[in-house]
Design a protein around this ligand. Structure first.
Ligand SMILES: NC(=O)c1ccc[n+]([C@@H]2O[C@H](COP(=O)([O-])OP(=O)(O)OC[C@H]3O[C@@H](n4cnc5c(N)ncnc54)[C@H](OP(=O)(O)O)[C@@H]3O)[C@@H](O)[C@H]2O)c1
Length: 324
């Protein structure tokens, strides 16, 4: 029988309940997959706490995974039993088996493991669009990446460096600083101990940054704006410390005609052609060795609550997976 981690009532990590679920045969356009690895993401925490609203209760947590096709529903021609696949999709991920719309799936190349596939589809695709679409990082750009040793952070630092940028990362501990430096950061700032704005000014000799990638939110705002050169781009893509508070648009003027955006992956992979472009680019980057995926923690799926406790208490580095 299929098992899943469901949330019946939003709340703390104890809201994650590992239990049996009924899984009907795949419907029209759906594929039944047996999952081999599930990605752990801060977004899973937002849904569990209710910061992001799930469409209904109970819901199966989780937003990215990889596995093999068991069977396909009517009308599915692109996938067949035995195919190795991975996906990003809102909710439904923390499960041993599930049904999912075929157009969410991508086929995994032979050289990409299930574990890699499970962290590439949300974390990897997010880094892909942030560095290639939201702002096109090019040689010579100076970029600031907050939470540089996190799941998104370590991939972003590696890729920004590979694109020729000068990379400044912020991190919460000395051990994380070493990790960030080993993964593409040119400079690391311990933002719990140092004034990161002053350090960015010092490191850049007051030239500041072309772009700031901020997934931390509340505690790094408005400092992130002060790290940008005139006409720089503030990319607020997450809320690990809480949402950015409402602010006056005039702040962007005061800091030098800045641009600001609050992007989300859904809008960058809504068209299947974009999803395939992103996945192909990622797989090629991993297979060529340009990107190394730091999968630093693995938990049994039934221990999802512990995984959330560790993620929220900033104990994890790089990517973490749940094993069904
Ligand atoms: N918009 C999108 O399309 C999109 C897609 C995926 C993810 N995201 C966002 O990307 C960010 C990173 O996600 P992730 O899954 O890779 O998580 P993560 O970076 O592995 O974990 C979050 C990190 O944020 C830092 N942090 C700072 N203040 C914190 C606080 N008060 N509580 C907890 N952590 C805090 C911690 O690093 P330090 O100890 O080094 O400070 C922590 O390790 C999240 O904000 C997520 O929502 C956005």
């Amino acid at each position: 029988m299929a098992k899943a981690v469901r949330v019946h009532q939003v709340g703390g990590p104890e809201a994650l309940i590992y239990e049996s679920i009924d899984l009907p045969p795949p419907g029209s356009g759906e594929v039944h997959i047996r999952q081999h690895a599930v990605g752990l993401n801060f977004i899973d925490v937002y849904y569990r706490t209710g910061l992001y609203k799930a469409p209904s209760l109970p819901f199966v947590a989780g937003n990215e995974a990889a596995g093999e096709v068991v069977s396909v529903g009517p009308g599915v021609t692109e996938f067949h039993p035995g195919d190795r696949v991975a996906y990003y999709a809102n909710l439904g991920g923390y499960a041993t088996e599930r049904n999912i719309a075929a157009d969410k799936l991508v086929r995994l190349p032979d050289h990409i493991t299930y574990e890699q596939g499970a962290v590439l589809m949300l974390k990897g695709l997010t880094v892909w669009y942030l560095l290639h679409k939201t702002f096109k990082v090019e040689p010579g750009h100076r970029v600031l990446i907050h939470a540089a040793a996190g799941g998104i952070g370590l991939i972003a630092c590696q890729w920004a460096k590979a694109l020729g940028a000068n990379v400044i990362g912020t991190v919460g501990s000395k051990a994380k600083a070493d990790l960030a430096l080993a993964n593409g950061c040119d400079h690391v700032i311990l933002y719990n101990e140092e004034n990161f704005v002053e350090r960015v000014k010092q490191i850049s000799r007051n030239e500041l940054c072309d772009v700031v990638y901020d997934g931390v939110g509340k505690t790094t705002f408005p400092g992130s704006l002060s790290c940008l050169k005139p006409r720089g781009l503030f990319v607020s893509f997450g809320n690990a410390s809480g949402p950015v508070p409402p602010f006056a648009l005039a702040e962007l003027n005061n800091h030098g005609s800045l641009f600001a955006t609050r992007p989300k992956l859904n809008d960058y992979v809504a068209k299947r052609a974009d999803l395939i472009e992103g996945a192909d680019t990622l797989f090629a980057a991993v297979i060529s060795g340009k990107l190394h995926l730091p999968i630093n923690h693995a938990y049994a799926l039934k221990d999802a609550a512990q995984a959330h406790i560790d993620l929220e208490s900033r104990k994890t580095t790089g990517a973490s997976i749940l094993k069904p």
